[in-house]
Each structure stands twice: as C-alpha cells, then as structure tokens.
Design a protein around this ligand. Structure first.
Ligand code: AHG
Ligand code: MN
Ligand code: MN
Length: 309
C-alpha cells in the first residue's frame, strides 16, 4: 500500500515548486480528513441545515458550507506559499501573511453539492491552484490552462482524494482507521467507451436548440446518471466514461457552475485524463475570467462525446 506521502516522495523532485505543491496537498488533505470525520459524526457539531444566510450567488448557505470553509482556510494558511484564497462562500479574496518567494492563489468550492448534505448523498470539495506574481493583480484572474495543481475530494461511501499535477491524475482513498490516504489508482485516463450522460433534464426547455438536439442524439447510446453534486457526477464519469452538462439557461441568460472553483479545476483534471470541456463554444480552460465568482455553462467528459457537439 502506498500512502499519499510516499507517493509524493517517490514522484516529486526537490524543486522549490514541487516542495510547495507537496505542502499544499498535505494541508488540503488534512482539511479533507477533518471534514470527513465531521460527516462520520466523530464530532458533536450540528452539521445539517441552513446557516440562515445567502452567499454571493444568492443561494442559501448551509452550516456545512461554513464549517468546511473555516477548515480549509485555516489549513491553506499553513502553506507558506499560499498568498491568496478565493472561495465560493467568501465574497472577497483573502490575502494571507505568508511571505515566501513562491506565491500561489487557491480558488475553492469548500463544499460542493450542498443540496445533498442532509440526504446522505455524496458531496465533495474542489480546489484550483495557480501561480501568482506578487504585486500583479492580473495574475489572479488566470485561465484554467494556467492551473498548476487541481484537487478534489468526495465524501461518499468512502472518502476520495484526486489530484492532477504536471501530467498525471491519481486517486487516493482514506484509510479512516489510520487517518491516511492510500493510493487507489495512478495515471487515470478516461475509458475509450463512455457509458453515461449526466444532466438535469428538467431544465430541457431552457436550453439552446443545439444542446436539446445533442441530448436527443447521445441518449440512444448512453445511460443517464445524475447525482446533483457536480463533483460526484464528474468523478463517476471520469472513471466510467461519459459527459456531464450544465448548459446555460437561455431564458434567464444564466449559467449555474462557477468557472474558477468548479469548472476549471475539473476541466484541468479531465484534460490530463484525455478529455475535453467546452463553455460557450470554446475550450473552458481558455476562458479569461472576468471575476472570481463568474459562472459559465459546462460540458465536460470524453473528447469523442464533446466533439459531437
Ligand atoms: P454548490 O453546492 O457548491 O452550490 O454546487 C451545487 C451545484 C453542483 O454541485 C451541481 O452540479 C448543481 O449545483 C446541481 O444543480 P441542480 O440542482 O440545478 O441540478
Ligand atoms: Mn459547487
Ligand atoms: Mn459549494
């Protein structure tokens, strides 16, 4: 069995970058273990229900959204190289006091799938990490193709950590007994033959005609799976092959998923696994963000399926 620490020691070099990334992964993984323990009930926190506030997207904030935000902000600040933290639940960017020469920005969705918390369906956390040039404000709103590291977790039947760095995506499962992540799958690639399409089909009437036709066509060869937690839908399709869609609502002119801390980290991992993603007809990873909370349509999965669009 190869632990997360062993894996990194074996595969990373002694460069300052690799050491900083190692440290970031370690601190995020510690946050993931804490959230996972809270979900298992190994803590007296009341984790269910509304916090009684709305976030910048106008959505009801759940207690667990805040608990996870606090945990990850605290853990991320321990990484000397993290200078800036952007978060779904925080309107403004947080600047840390860290002063190492190397500087990174993290954009995070600390708790994805909020509507599934109190019904015991898989939820997760998503992180995108970019290098930042100190003093250069333009180096915060960077496209996904400039991501250095992407990580996500899933809190489900087991707790999973997946990260993509350099050219490799690997997956670890938490050994709760020893509070350690153990390697489950290395060098993940999307299967050649996709199985699933995942979309909230109740929104059909709000989609562009091209999307409607696309769904009508692909459904004859694929089976439908939709969890309603982006991260769980994405992860299943990554391992089994398929396409996930959250198209624009063309009636309200609105998209739901957030570019910097939902779409981009997953688009980056998906690309390393041989997949493709598009938003508004262009590669999701090429979009230059206008603000940290920007929303985009997202169609992501096997390249062969996306190319049919
Ligand atoms: P979050 O809980 O971080 O706000 O994200 C919820 C998102 C995403 O996880 C999921 O794919 C989508 O909302 C589900 O939306 P619908 O309920 O509209 O299908
Ligand atoms: Mn989310
Ligand atoms: Mn969230």
């Amino acid at each position: 069995m190869i632990s997360l620490d062993d894996y990194i020691i074996q595969n990373f070099d002694n460069s300052t970058e690799d050491e900083a990334v190692f440290d970031i992964i370690k601190n995020i993984s510690s946050g993931i273990i804490q959230v996972s323990e809270i979900l298992l009930g190994n803590n007296n926190k009341n984790i269910f229900g509304d916090q009684g506030a709305k976030n910048i997207h106008g959505e009801d904030v759940q207690k667990l959204d805040i608990i996870a935000t606090d945990i990850f902000v605290k853990e991320l600040k321990k990484s000397e190289s993290i200078k800036i933290i952007g978060c779904e639940e925080l309107d403004e960017l947080q600047f840390t006091d860290n002063n190492s020469n190397l500087s990174y920005t993290v954009m995070m969705d600390p708790l994805d799938g909020s509507s599934n918390i109190d019904v015991s369906i898989s939820i997760g956390s998503i992180f995108g990490i970019w290098k930042h040039i100190p003093g250069d404000i333009n180096s915060i709103l960077l496209p996904g193709n400039k991501i250095e590291l992407a990580i996500y977790s899933i809190y489900g039947p087991n707790t999973v950590l997946v990260f993509g760095y350099k050219s490799v995506v690997c997956m670890f499962i938490l050994d709760h007994f020893n509070s350690k992540f153990v390697l489950y799958k290395d060098k993940i690639k999307l299967p050649d033959k996709p199985k699933y399409y995942s979309v909230n089909e109740s929104n059909y009437s709000t989609w562009d005609k091209n999307i409607q036709e696309y769904i009508n066509n692909i459904k004859s060869n694929l089976s439908l799976r939709y969890v309603g937690s982006l991260i769980a839908d994405f992860h299943r399709n990554l391992l089994k092959g398929g396409v996930f869609l959250y198209p624009e609502d063309t009636i309200k002119n609105k998209s739901k998923l957030r570019l910097m801390y939902e779409a981009n980290p997953l688009a980056y991992i998906n690309k390393l696994c041989g997949g493709l993603s598009v938003s508004n007809g262009i590669n999701t990873l090429d979009i230059i963000p206008e603000n940290i909370h920007q929303s985009v349509p997202l169609i992501i999965g096997n390249a062969s399926l996306i190319e049919q669009l």
